[in-house]
Design a protein around this ligand. Sequence first.
Ligand code: SF4
Ligand code: SF4
Length: 187
Amino acid sequence: MLTNRSKVVVQKKMTFWERIYLPAILSGISITIKHFFKKGATVRYPETKREISEVWRGQHVLKRDEKGAERCTACGLCAVACPAEAITMVAAERKKGEEKLYREEKYASTYEINMLRCIFCGLCEEACPKEAIFLTDRIVSTDYARDGFIYGKDKLVEEVDERIDVSKRQTPSVLEFKKHKQFSHNK
Ligand code: SF4
Ligand code: SF4
């Protein structure tokens, strides 16, 4: 015996009440009844939605600027910062006449997030120098196939006429900084 922590097991004889099992059964039933009248910890989703924080980290959005051009410049910083290696992208060069579509000379022709890998840590949002990616209060929907969890630009880029408000995810100091139009970042 290496640890010297042995325990002698004694086969104790059961008492009369233990042998008829009735007290144990009644105690089990009483616990069940008690829980039956308690408020459940679960909600009937999707009919009922649980209250979530204002800064809940849910499905990402790729933002457009005020004129509707995509903000992402395919710099790859979000992918490097991602601890789950959930982000992949392909960079492309903006052509003449595409200035309204893409804010910078380089843009992401493909941008994908694997929602099965993502741990919703928000590091991609923090790493982005272009305020292009934010996490939102939207919940990633369920799917039967793994492919359905690879979110491309069709699901990530916000619609021009249906913008997603992310102001709650920006600190007061960031919002203050954004007021200064002399910084190229804010132009
Ligand atoms: S939220 Fe975290 S895990 Fe998800 S894509 Fe962004 S950095 Fe990666
Ligand atoms: S989302 Fe931001 S960090 Fe990621 S590639 Fe685009 S500009 Fe760079």
